[in-house]
Design a protein around this ligand. Sequence first.
Ligand code: PLP
Length: 367
Amino acid sequence: MRAERHYLDCNATAPLRPEARRAMLDAAERGGNPSSVHAEGRAARAILDTARRQVAALAGLPPSSVHFTSGGTEANNWALSQTDRQVLAAVVSHDSVLAVAGVGTLETESNGLVDPETLKTRLKTSNVGMLSVMAANNETGVIQPLEDIAEICRAHGVLLHVDAVQAPGKLDLAPIAAQADVLSLSAHKLGGPAGCGALLVRPGLDPVPLIRGGGQEARRRAGTENLIGIAGFGAAAGAVAVQGSAEVARILALRDALEAQLRAFCPETQVFGADVQRAANTTCIRMPGVPAETQVMALDLAGVAVSAGSACSSGKVTPSHVLIAMGCGEEVAGEAIRISLGWATTDADVTACAAAWQALWDRKKAA
Ligand code: PLP
């Protein structure tokens, strides 16, 4: 018998939603190329159009705003290529923003927020053409003050890119999209498949292509569309829209209950970003004196999947640049784990996580 698992790593990849799975199976069975004029091609085109409408509706934008990509990374890379002037990105941004050549960083305050006054000063004194910020941080869930940021960008004639990859299902996407010139999404963070995403572009802006070739995506993103992935993305976006704020409230209640339990077990714990607005599903929490990798392994053995608050792509664990930017020392940052809930999270998952965390903390105290 398979041991019971409790998956609380939804900011890495959310479980596939049944609606997405069904749409993907249907698209896989139909086949066809949306650029073909015959019946099979037209059926494929209809799948593409439906998905485009579903993603656009979630963002409150017209379908023509949506350009499908191979994921959030491509959408971010593409977004940042829209200016000849410098791109400035909040230092807590995702690596798919920070690693783009020439990107300068904008420091944040110790709570992870961009300070509007600091931003104004930077925009006055440098040749910035675009600012990139996240709607909600993938490690801490911290939500940026987008309205203020957007107003400052408009006043300085600077384009605003919003990496909203972690927003759907946790925040209302339409008010976020309303502030952005360009906005990135990724299907696997909202219950669709990995390897599919979108760049949403404000009506009136004509984005310069990053990937050139055929005429797909209104000649703006070449390459035969990942129809199966896109079908799943659209269906997942549709499901997020249907679940709406009631689901966000459910997840928030679970997250807050979990945090309250962990704080009760260990009053000296630290929840990063706790004193500002955060996405409903994310907790970045420290167990003092216990390395994050030890916590992740102990929880995994107890059937609970979470991740270290540090980046460990390619197996090399480095302290989280997000927590370092928030003023943590390397040791503190190295003791933080990220617990991220999602549409499939139940009371039982949270209970199991709290129990496993408490057991480890009890062992640490006894040692
Ligand atoms: N932006 C944020 C905030 C993310 O969390 C991620 C994924 O972790 C990405 C971008 C990259 O998205 P993808 O995995 O679809 O390339």
